[in-house]
Design a protein around this ligand. Structure first.
Ligand SMILES: [Zn+2]
Length: 240
């Protein structure tokens, strides 16, 4: 699978929030072209959003899940491949700062950002959980086909519809493609003819390693994660 990602311009990145634990990972400097275009448009119109997360790799998500697990609290990180962050279609922003700077209410801010293509996960305008998460669905009316799939409370189904439209075919792996992906990740040795039956132990190992349900069947979630993990982008290897 070739991920459609482009670098976020420096003038946007210079506003990224520095992480308490050190510099932000290099992967955050990448996003889907539509997301980056929307971000640039926001900046040009004076909305200097402070971004704390953007494109997320499967490896970084697994590491984050391990941190939550070690803390013993609730698991707040999505499984690898489940979030639109994996496709560069989402950003997390400091919306409190944006509200302070713009003197807008949260619903007003959300209306301004959605007019430029960034749609808050929450559709109720409340400053609760995930009020920081925005999905790239296109500006104004361009988002309509995706919003048709959204619930009244959240845009998550809308962005999932976009992911499927962009990459759905890339998730439908043949047995040969599953074998190739497992081989490139070191779960089976290359060569030989792959049969589905022969791949089952490797699929189990892979599912176990990545926190998926372990059934030895390369179903949609397993295929999506295999595609994500073996993805490249046009500019070369992706930072992890
Ligand atoms: Zn997010």
């Amino acid at each position: 699978m070739i991920l459609d990602l482009v670098p976020v311009p420096d003038f946007v990145r210079s506003h990224y929030r520095k992480d308490k634990s050190g510099p932000l990972p290099r992967r955050i400097a990448w996003g889907h072209p539509d997301l980056v275009a929307s971000l640039v448009r926001c900046y040009q119109d004076g909305f200097r959003l402070v971004v704390s997360d953007c494109w997320r790799s499967a490896e970084s998500s697994r590491a984050r899940r391990a941190e939550f697990e070690a803390r013993g609290g609730p698991q707040l990180a999505k499984r690898p491949g489940e979030s639109p962050h994996f496709f560069g279609l989402s950003i997390d922003i400091d919306y409190s700062l944006a509200l302070l700077e713009t003197k807008l209410t949260k619903p007003q801010l959300d209306a301004e950002l959605s007019a430029r293509g960034l749609w808050c996960h929450r559709r109720d305008g409340f400053a609760g959980s995930e009020a920081w998460h925005y999905n790239a669905l296109g500006p104004g009316d361009a988002a309509k086909p995706w919003l048709a799939a959204a619930s009244p409370r959240s845009t998550s189904r809308a962005v999932e519809a976009r992911v499927i439209d962009l990459y759905g075919k890339a998730f439908a792996l043949s047995t040969v493609e599953v074998a190739r992906a497992l081989a490139s990740l070191g779960y089976v040795s290359g060569g030989g003819t792959a049969t589905y039956e022969a791949l089952k132990p490797a699929i189990r190992d892979f599912q176990d390693d990545w926190g998926l349900d372990v059934d030895g069947i390369a179903g949609p979630k397993t295929q999506r994660l295999l595609a994500c993990l073996t993805a490249t982008h046009k500019g070369g290897p992706l930072p992890r």
